[in-house]
Design a protein around this ligand. Structure first.
Ligand code: CTP
Ligand code: CA
Length: 222
């Protein structure tokens, strides 16, 4: 079995992983979401648990089996994810933010189903809280913070800017335009961006990416 192949190099460490999309309600029937399937985040949670960590997985709505030996906290909206993460972040040694958090939500949520009219309609959206940004400015001593970045253009520049702006230790950059990468696939093509520069990985399974990511984060510590 896979876990036998790995040393328990995260034994005793507390790791929080976020995964999946968020859902932002418009009314009782409808919501805004994105194409995240949660596979990458679930792979990270599973890999960290195999390696001996005490793992908390804060997950948006996905169709995946929760990994064994992981504390699963289901949430829906960006607001709920913010609350679930910030409530627990103070005790974590490592936080990996793979979730695709909505940047905007409807400013008001209809209590009743919105009925259609003959004309067009528009929905006013307001900003959600940036969870990774909050974590970067409320970090506990020695805590390792890893974000993801999904880009369709200028991947390296945009991701390096996120590293700086959110005060993260690493950004795992995904180029959505590369085949074998992105939403719903079992493989991924990522670049690790740290203050030391960019390291591009070959196409790997999401499980392999998860282990490489944890290897890299553990190296940061030293
Ligand atoms: N993120 C977050 N809270 C948000 C939005 C994003 O914690 N409200 C986190 C994501 O989980 C990810 C990282 O920030 O780890 C980068 O997300 P991404 O969507 O690529 O970047 P944004 O900063 O939201 O910028 P943009 O979508 O405009 O590229
Ligand atoms: Ca975003």
């Amino acid at each position: 079995m896979r876990e036998i192949a790995f040393g328990k190099d995260l034994a005793g460490k507390r790791v929080l992983v976020t995964a999946g999309p968020t859902r932002e309600s418009i009314d009782p029937v409808r919501f805004i979401t994105n194409r995240s399937t949660g596979k990458m985040g679930y792979a990270v949670a599973r890999a960290a648990a195999y390696r001996g960590a005490r793992v908390t997985l804060v997950t948006g709505p996905v169709n995946l089996k929760p990994p064994m030996f992981v504390d699963v906290v289901p949430v829906e909206s960006a607001r709920e994810m913010f609350e679930a993460v910030t409530l627990r972040s103070g005790e974590m040694d490592m936080i990996v933010k793979s979730a695709a958090v909505a940047d905007y939500r409807p400013g008001t949520v209809g209590e009743e189903k919105i009925k259609k009219s003959d004309g067009d309609m528009s929905i006013a959206l307001e900003r959600t809280d940036d969870i990774l940004g909050w974590l970067g400015s409320h970090r506990r001593e020695g805590q390792i913070l890893c974000g993801f970045s999904m880009e369709t253009q200028n991947m390296l520049e945009n991701s390096a800017a996120k590293l700086e702006k959110k005060h993260a230790d690493m950004i795992v950059a995904n180029n959505l335009k590369v085949s074998g990468a992105g939403f719903g696939t079992d493989t991924n093509v990522v670049t690790f961006i740290t203050k030391d520069g960019a390291e591009e990985l070959p196409i790997l399974t999401k499980d392999e990416v998860a282990h490489r990511l944890l290897d890299r984060l553990l190296k940061l510590r030293r």
